[in-house]
Write a protein that binds this ligand. Structure first.
Ligand code: CP
Length: 315
């Protein structure tokens, strides 16, 4: 099946076969990352602009590395030194970047739906690098890529997502990706952050941590998204940690071969203790490395590359 999408805006809109195409393409690029020379000529002559209007470490750097490994030229926009500080709108900013001959924009923005909006007003591909509490598609893709690397087929696998689900774009994108791949997803946390209406997305809602952790194959921690919470949804961080933080005792409730994941940034001693984050069961840094391969795949496909071309050896 040929790849036909110009933009990557959400996981929700992707068919399972499209997720499989991205993951297969990422697997080919993942092998490139293990080579001494990691560069391939796939996007030579293209210019990609990272338009990040919210803070980021992992996503921004890995999109930049992914573009460079594909031989594209890449420009990372510095929001604090840009004319957005003088009131220039997102649309004007993006249209000017397009007029400067950019071939693709990777957008992170606090407003849900901003990548969709740009995709309608620009003529070049737009990739969503996180929009408000809506979606973070490449994070979910790198998460399922890492789960498959560790566990194989995800059909029937039990994935627990623990933390601030209500304000998490990572949770929403992962729920879409995991349910499409046949995983059995349970979301856990305080009832104010894990409301029952999430069941309409095809997941189980639990407020009982011990029961949820007992048969998990994957435990994915999420941090508290203070930047999106207008009012507090629990009495204090200390109380959140005492009820839902993953510490040594609670990690012992999880099967020994289960993996521990976190999209980062982690808040040590809040949602996860250091001895768990740094334990052999943690795949947090493997998630980060796999993020480069997944983003190489997304940039390559949205620029018009075809999966079958990269599935033959990439030279
Ligand atoms: N996981 C993630 O999106 O991290 P950054 O905010 O550092 O990009």
């Amino acid at each position: 099946m040929p790849w036909h999408r110009k933009h990557l805006l959400t996981i929700e809109e992707l068919k399972r076969a499209e997720i499989e195409q991205i993951l297969a393409t990422a697997a080919a690029f993942r092998r490139v990352l293990d080579r001494k020379v990691k560069k391939v000529p796939a996007l030579r002559g293209k210019t990609i602009v990272n338009l990040f209007l919210e803070p980021s470490t992992r996503t921004r750097i890995s999109f930049e590395m992914a573009a460079k490994f594909l031989s594209a030229d890449v420009i990372s926009f510095d929001a604090s030194a840009s004319s957005t500080t003088k009131g220039e709108t997102l649309r004007d900013t993006a249209q000017n970047i397009q007029a400067l001959n950019a071939d693709m924009i990777v957008l992170r923005h606090a407003a849900s739906g901003s990548p969709l909006y740009l995709s309608k007003v620009l003529g070049i591909p737009v990739v969503n690098a996180g929009d408000g509490a809506h979606e973070h598609p490449t994070q979910a893709l790198l998460d399922v890529f890492t789960m498959r690397e560790k566990l194989g087929d995800l059909k029937g696998r039990k994935v627990v997502i623990l933390g601030d689900i209500l304000f998490s774009r990572v949770a929403r994108s992962n729920i879409h990706a995991l349910t499409k791949l046949g995983a059995d997803v349970t979301i856990v946390g305080p009832s104010t952050l894990v409301p029952h209406w999430f069941e309409s997305m095809g997941v189980r809602v639990s407020h009982n941590l011990r029961t949820a952790l007992a048969d998990a194959d994957v435990v994915m921690l999420l941090r508290i998204q203070h930047e999106r919470q207008g009012v507090s949804h629990f009495p204090s961080l200390g109380e959140y940690t005492s009820m839902f933080g993953l510490n040594y005792t609670r990690a012992s409730w999880v099967k020994p071969d289960a993996i521990i994941m976190h999209p980062g940034p982690i808040n040590r001693g809040v949602e996860i203790d250091s001895d768990i984050a740094d334990s052999p069961r943690s795949v947090i840094l493997q998630q980060v490395t796999n993020g480069i391969a997944v983003r190489m795949a997304v940039l390559y496909l949205c620029a018009g590359g075809q999966p079958e071309q990269v599935l033959t050896p990439v030279e």
